[in-house]
Write a protein that binds this ligand. Sequence first.
Ligand code: NAP
Length: 252
Amino acid sequence: MAITGKTILITGASSGLGHALALSLSHGNNNLVVTARREGLLQELAKQVEANGSRCTPVAADAIDPHACEAVIRAGLDAYERIDVAILNAGGGKPVHMAEVDAATVLHTMRVNYDTFVNFLCPMIAHMRDMGGTIAHTGSPAGFFGLPKSGPYSAAKAAGRILLDTCRIEVANRKIDFVALYPGFTETPGLDPDDVPIKALVIQPERAVKEMLRAIERGTSHRMFPKRIAWLMTLARLMPEWLRRRVLGAAA
Ligand SMILES: NC(=O)c1ccc[n+]([C@@H]2O[C@H](COP(=O)([O-])OP(=O)(O)OC[C@H]3O[C@@H](n4cnc5c(N)ncnc54)[C@H](OP(=O)(O)O)[C@@H]3O)[C@@H](O)[C@H]2O)c1
């Protein structure tokens, strides 16, 4: 465990990737601030983290609410005085079809994936402006193209990715690393197996966590994994748009 003795904020920590990240980091003598809406799960996680030798402050909050996010950060600073690493990971989405979905559902997906990110991103930049640090975002390969059944989710993840690109340019002299993580299909409660076109593409959370933490430690700007997904995405990017549309349409 290379990340040791740090204070780390993890959003979406009650389940899946965020939960697995917290458990992995709990072996590094770290201070963890973990947040999500489900308080019982956060309390359980805190007990596990402390049993593994780290400190943990669980704070239940709906990350769509900016005031609730500020309260999470305040609780973390009250407990540990600084936050060195913020892993902004909350999000998710259900399959929808653009011929049938209503505007409220599209906008809600944006709130769950974009607002939950921005509500932590801005105060974290303000906090790290002078002392430096790392801000990581769990994006998705889906944020590179409008994928079938994932239009609103793709759009929300794309928005987060592009905002982070600007942060990298404008806040570059502030010693903050902005790390964009793009996990491929990972077996978590958030992944519906019916949404996976090729089962062999699915990886386990432990593998995803290893990739994510390596990128965070190194301050890597963009990390897509596993390699198979990264290759498929490169191939898709090289295709002319009309061909990509045809391939994605057939896959759907
Ligand atoms: N699994 C994959 O294949 C995959 C692939 C690419 C990207 N991702 C991304 O990875 C991240 C984690 O997903 P996962 O697969 O680990 O799914 P998950 O097990 O469903 O975890 C999602 C987490 O986000 C939290 N969350 C959702 N809405 C929230 C809100 N309004 N306020 C606060 N917390 C909220 C959930 O906590 P509560 O419900 O307790 O609030 C939960 O802890 C997501 O951003 C997802 O888009 C996943």
